[in-house]
Design a protein. Structure first.
Lengths: 263, 129
């Protein structure tokens, strides 16, 4: 009988999924055509070099929607994550102060096999994450995905060695917080600087009724992706460092509570 | 002429590797069901990862090299496949190693049909647990 809640949850979940599928199948043709019109607009305009009136200057339509057509949504998401992590940082920092320093003997960690594999994967993950973030306006990816990938690297080190090892590698609590805030400031700078030229907030390319000429979309024959490149990189810093901060904060809280504390 | 022959050879070798990978996956699936305890099942799972995922990726890399219709992108596909295969070859054995180590140390799984336990002797002699 203890499985009853899970079974009920599964039944409700299946029912909800079926409902969504049925609603999608029997939606009025009117709604569907409007949805398709929006999709057609985005596909037609995102990288239309011949008609640049509403274009985003990026061949990757998803990133263009996230940072250009629906950019405010992403800004609010970043802000919500920032605020949520801020609470975590406060808890972790007070624990760090009460403990005094927060650097003591390193744990023994896992076996030599895991440590060797972690060394290789650490470098691979860092390269991949920067690649995902910087190529976010050409290929699938972007700042959030890149930052989440970046956070896996210190997490692996925490699992294979200890959290002290991560701190000794340079992921300090305060410097991570500073980098994250610098990323958010860079984000705000890129978002707000079109206002100086009487443009729009979050403006990427030249738009009608705007004095802002737009961020450069090409460097010779290279794509630059307008503001998407800078926004992606700033978001990469913010999200990556936020995850690192959460891991470190949990570690310090755990140590204050008298737990094992080595990840 | 020689290019076409090389392409054909690459294509057939690649398809053979993918087929062998499917056989490995089948063997791994049978092993997962039939093997008696966690540690031996881990062996079956790693067969599925190395033989059933890394090997077909090498095969797909060869098939991509032979697919002229992809143009210059075939080198990109080939490189990504080989890199992924290398990543699997690093992570899958490490993962199964540490899973077995953790299960052994925490007694999370019965060591019931045990033929030879080298780790116990090592732990008793070396560092005492």
């Amino acid at each position: 009988m203890r499985k009853a809640p899970y079974i009920a949850l599964a039944v409700v979940g299946c029912a909800a999924l079926t409902l969504v599928a049925v609603l999608g199948a029997f939606a009025s043709p009117n709604t569907l055509s409007r949805v398709r019109a929006l999709g057609e607009f985005i596909l037609y305009n995102t990288f239309n070099v011949f008609s640049k009136r509403w274009w985003a200057g990026s061949p990757e339509a998803v990133t263009a929607v996230l940072w250009d057509y629906r950019g405010l949504d992403t800004i609010f998401e970043t802000t919500v994550l920032y605020a949520a992590v801020a609470g975590c940082v406060v808890l972790g920092y007070t624990s760090l102060l009460k403990r005094g320093g927060g650097r003591d003997e390193a744990g023994r960690g896992l076996t030599v096999v895991v440590k060797a594999a972690t060394k290789i994967l650490f470098a691979l993950i860092l390269i991949t994450s920067v690649n995902i973030a910087l190529h976010g306006y050409i290929t699938p990816g972007g700042g959030f995905a890149g930052g989440s990938t970046f956070a896996i690297a210190p997490l692996l080190v925490i699992a294979a060695y200890s959290t002290e090892k991560v701190v000794r590698m340079g992921f300090r609590f305060l410097s991570s917080a500073v980098v994250r805030s610098a990323g958010l400031l860079a984000l705000a700078l890129v978002v707000l600087s079109p206002l100086i030229y009487y443009g729009f907030v979050l403006q990427n390319q030249l738009k009608p009724n705007s004095g802002f000429p737009g961020y450069p979309a090409f460097l010779g024959s290279l794509f630059l992706g307008g503001s998407l490149l800078y926004l992606n990189f700033a978001e990469f810093l913010v999200v990556g460092m936020e995850y690192v901060l959460v891991f470190l904060a949990f570690h310090f809280i755990d140590k204050l509570m008298g737990g094992e504390g080595s990840g | 002429m020689i290019n076409a022959v090389v392409d054909q050879v690459l294509l057939y070798v690649g398809m053979a590797l993918v087929t062998v990978g499917a056989v490995y996956d089948l063997i791994a699936g049978i092993g997962m069901v039939r093997f008696p305890n966690f540690f031996v099942r881990l062996h079956a799972a790693t067969i599925g990862a190395v033989g059933g995922a890394a090997l077909p990726l090498v095969g797909i890399a060869l098939i991509a090299l032979a697919s002229d219709q992809l143009g210059p992108y075939r080198f990109g596909v080939c490189a990504v496949c080989l890199l992924t295969a290398a990543a699997i070859l690093i992570t899958a054995p490490t993962g199964s190693h540490i899973l077995a180590y953790a299960a052994y140390k925490t007694h999370a799984s019965p060591r019931k049909p045990c033929v030879y336990d080298a780790l116990r002797k090592f732990l008793e002699e070396g560092e005492g647990g």
